[in-house]
Design a protein around this ligand. Structure first.
Ligand SMILES: [Cu+2]
Length: 173
């Protein structure tokens, strides 16, 4: 029985470890520089003195996160970021609020090919909250969450058909 001379596998192991670390570092820095991160599911309820920070990211064509967890009656500092390539709108409100903005957006949007919505306005007293942002835009609004069923929608023509329908879960304190 012949024995082959011992071959050291050390260089191979070193190379494998080095490659793993290098790939790990690349992935770490790639993720650190990517799009903003949406809020975790929920923290303590916000108050008017200390609104709870909530971030919603609009993408082509969905909201992140969805469902969005809110407490009925709490006050939030809602930061909306448009990480998509096209203009998007966030409307938080009941069915009547959504309907008012859907009509306003439709009326304000010219026919294709000039289908970018210019500023639209809903009737006074519509309620809810509405943020319209160009690609890359960001805005923060203070909003007191009502104790009622809320919808999270982008009412720009054609966007809900492509999936821009969010969901709101009202938490009980
Ligand atoms: Cu949209």
């Amino acid at each position: 029985m012949t024995q082959s001379p011992p071959v050291s596998r050390l260089p191979v192991v070193f190379l494998a470890v080095f490659m793993a670390v290098a790939i790990g570092l690349v992935l770490y820095f790639a993720s650190a520089n990517s799009v903003p991160v949406a809020s975790p599911p929920i923290g303590s309820p916000g108050t008017s003195a200390a609104p709870r920070p909530v971030t919603v990211i609009m993408r082509d064509y969905h909201f992140d996160p969805t469902p969005l967890h809110l407490y009925g009656g709490e006050t939030i500092a809602l930061t909306v970021v448009n990480a998509g390539m096209v203009e998007h709108e966030l409307v938080l409100g009941d069915a009547a609020v959504q309907s008012a903005w859907a009509q306003a957006d439709l009326a304000a949007t010219p026919a294709a090919p000039f289908a970018t919505a210019p500023p639209a306005s809903a009737p006074p007293g519509t309620g809810g909250v509405r943020v319209l942002l160009q690609s890359g835009g960001q805005a923060t609004v203070i909003y007191t969450v009502p104790n009622e069923k809320l919808l999270l929608l982008c009412n720009l023509p054609g966007h809900q058909e492509r999936g821009m329908i969010g969901e709101v879960v009202l938490e009980v304190r």
